[in-house]
Design a protein around this ligand. Structure first.
Ligand code: SAM
Length: 453
C-alpha cells in the first residue's frame, strides 16, 4: 500500500535524472520526480502531486550537494520556463544529454551496438540565441511586461536580460519595453482576445550583425508604429528590417502567415562557414549559429561526398545544408513546405552561384515520390524534419529510393529513434553524434549516419 501523500515532507537520495532533467527519488519502487535535484544528492522535498505511477516533489533543501551543482547565474531561472539545467555544470549537462541519446538508442530495439559519440559542446555556452520571441503584456500597475513565459503557464516574466539570448537583443528588449510604455501601445490580452501587440520577435545575423524586428499584431497597423521605427533605427543602426506580422487568430501560434515590411529589407543576411544566406521572417533558421556550423560539418563528414553524388536535402528550410554540400556534389535537390523559405533557398543558390541545385516547395513526403517517378536516383539523402519526425509515406519512399547513405539530423531523438527503426530493415545505423545546440535546456540535437545494408 503506497504511503506517499500530498504535502508529505520527505528525505531521499536522487538516483537518476529524467529526460526533463528532474531528479528521481524512489520510495520502494515508486518514483518521485523532483525538479532542480541532481544525481547522488541527498535532499529534502515536499510531495506536491501524487499520481498512480509517480509523484512530483518540490525541492526544499539539498542536504548533500553534488559536485555538478553550480549557482544558476540567471536571476529569473527558478521561475522562467526557458532553461532547465542552469543548476548543473556544463560538462554534466553534456554527459546528461549523451545519456539521453544512449537510453533511447542503445537500451532497446535494433541499435544496441550503435556508437553514440560525445556531445559536441559550445566553448562559451551563453548569449547564443539569434532569435528571441517575446510575448508582450501588462503588469498590475498597467506597465508593459516583456520577457518569457513562466514554466507551464502563459504568465509573462518581465525581464531585463536573458543569458541565452544574443546580448544586443537584450538591449533592444529593454529599450522597446520603455518605448511601448511611453507611447502607450495597445497590448493583446489572451483571455479577452482583444488589444493589438502580441509578440516582439528579434532576429540577428550572428556574423553580419544585421537585425530584423518583427511586431506581431492582432490587426494591420498600430498608430505609434512610425515613432517606434524612428526610435529603434536611431538607437540601433544595425537594424536592417522592421516588419509587422499579422496574427488575428485566437490560437497560441506565434506568427500569422502575412507580413508587411515597414522599414528596410525583406530579409536579413547571415553567414555559415562563409556561405551567405538570406533569411525571411517566416523561414526556419537554426538558432545557434556557432553550433550549426559544427552540426553541418559533421553531417558533411558523414555524407562523405566526392563530387559525383546526387543529394536530396529534405526539409531544407532556406537551403543551408544543401548549399553547404553543393560544391562537393554533382547535384542537390531541396524540398521544403514553407514558400518563403524556398524563395530564400533559390536566392541563396543564385547569389552563391551554385548552379547544380534545384529547390522545390511542397511536402517532403509528396515531392520525393515525384522525384522517384521522374527517375532521380539519390546517393545521399539529408533528412532534417521538425520535432514530430518524418511522415510514414516519406520513409516508405526513402526505402524505395535506396540511397547509399541517409544522414538524419533531428531536434527530437525520440522521433528519430522511431524513424530509425522503420529504416532498419534496409539500413545500418552506423553512428550518432549529438550536438549541443541549446545549452542550459534539456533539448538535444543529433546527427545520425545510416548506411545501406
Ligand atoms: C528542423 S527545420 C530544418 C531546416 C533546415 N534543414 C536547416 O537546417 O535550417 C525543419 C524544416 O522542415 C520544414 N517542414 C515541416 N514539415 C515539412 C514537410 N512535411 N515537408 C517539407 N518540409 C517540412 C519546416 O518548415 C522547417 O523549415
Amino acid at each position: 500500500m503506497l504511503s506517499i501523500k500530498k504535502n508529505d515532507i520527505r528525505e531521499g537520495k536522487v538516483i537518476d535524472l529524467t529526460h526533463e532533467g528532474h531528479g528521481v527519488v524512489k520510495v520502494d519502487r515508486y518514483p518521485i520526480f523532483v525538479p532542480y535535484a541532481l544525481i547522488d544528492e541527498e535532499i529534502q522535498y515536499k510531495v506536491i502531486k501524487v499520481k498512480k505511477n509517480f509523484a512530483i516533489g518540490k525541492l526544499l533543501e539539498v542536504t548533500t550537494s553534488s559536485k555538478q551543482r553550480v549557482e544558476p547565474p540567471c536571476i529569473y531561472y527558478s521561475k522562467c520556463g526557458g532553461c532547465q539545467l542552469q543548476h548543473m555544470n556544463y560538462e554534466a549537462q553534456l554527459s546528461m544529454k549523451k545519456s539521453q541519446v544512449i537510453n533511447l538508442f542503445n537500451r532497446k530495439g535494433n541499435f544496441k551496438e550503435t556508437p553514440i559519440k560525445d556531445v559536441i559542446g559550445m566553448e562559451d555556452p551563453w548569449y547564443y540565441r539569434n532569435k528571441s520571441q517575446l510575448p508582450v503584456g501588462r503588469n498590475k500597475q498597467d506597465h508593459i511586461k516583456l520577457g518569457f513565459f513562466r514554466q507551464r503557464s502563459h504568465d509573462i516574466i518581465d525581464m531585463e536580460e536573458c543569458l541565452i539570448q544574443d546580448s544586443i537583443q537584450n538591449k533592444v528588449m529593454v529599450a522597446v519595453k520603455k518605448w511601448l510604455d511611453q507611447l502607450n501601445v495597445s497590448v493583446y490580452n489572451e483571455q479577452r482576445k482583444r488589444g493589438l501587440l502580441r509578440h516582439l520577435i528579434i532576429r540577428t545575423g550572428h556574423y553580419t550583425n544585421e537585425m530584423m524586428i518583427i511586431f506581431v499584431i492582432n490587426g494591420y497597423k498600430f498608430k505609434q508604429q512610425d515613432e517606434l521605427i524612428s526610435k529603434l533605427t536611431n538607437a540601433f543602426p544595425q537594424i536592417t528590417s522592421i516588419k509587422l506580422n499579422i496574427n488575428q487568430s485566437h490560437s497560441n501560434v506565434i506568427m500569422g502567415k502575412e507580413s508587411i515590411t515597414l522599414y528596410g529589407k525583406q530579409q536579413i543576411n547571415d553567414l555559415l562557414s562563409n556561405v551567405e544566406f538570406k533569411i525571411s521572417d517566416q523561414s526556419f533558421y537554426q538558432i545557434n549559429t556557432v553550433q550549426t556550423e559544427k552540426l553541418y560539418r559533421k553531417a558533411i563528414e558523414y555524407a562523405g561526398l566526392t563530387g559525383n553524388e546526387t543529394v536530396l536535402d529534405t526539409y531544407c528550410g532556406i537551403g543551408t545544408i544543401g548549399l553547404y554540400m553543393a560544391p562537393k556534389a554533382k547535384h542537390v535537390y531541396g524540398v521544403e513546405v514553407v514558400p518563403e523559405a524556398i524563395e530564400d533557398a533559390k536566392i541563396n543558390a543564385t547569389r552563391n552561384q551554385y548552379e547544380n541545385t534545384t529547390f522545390v516547395c511542397g511536402k517532403a513526403e509528396e515531392i520525393i515520390l515525384k522525384w522517384k517517378k521522374e527517375g532521380i536516383k539519390p546517393d545521399v539523402v539529408m533528412v532534417d524534419p521538425p520535432r514530430k519526425g518524418c511522415d510514414e509515406k516519406f520513409i516508405e519512399t526513402l526505402l524505395e529510393l535506396a540511397p547509399e547513405k541517409i544522414i538524419y539530423i533531428s531536434c527530437n531523438p525520440a522521433t528519430q529513434q522511431r524513424d530509425a527503426e522503420r529504416l532498419s530493415s534496409q539500413y545500418n545505423l552506423n553512428e550518432i553524434t549529438p550536438v549541443d545546440m541549446f545549452p542550459h535546456t534539456t533539448h538535444v540535437e543529433t546527427v545520425a549516419q545510416f548506411i545501406r545494408q
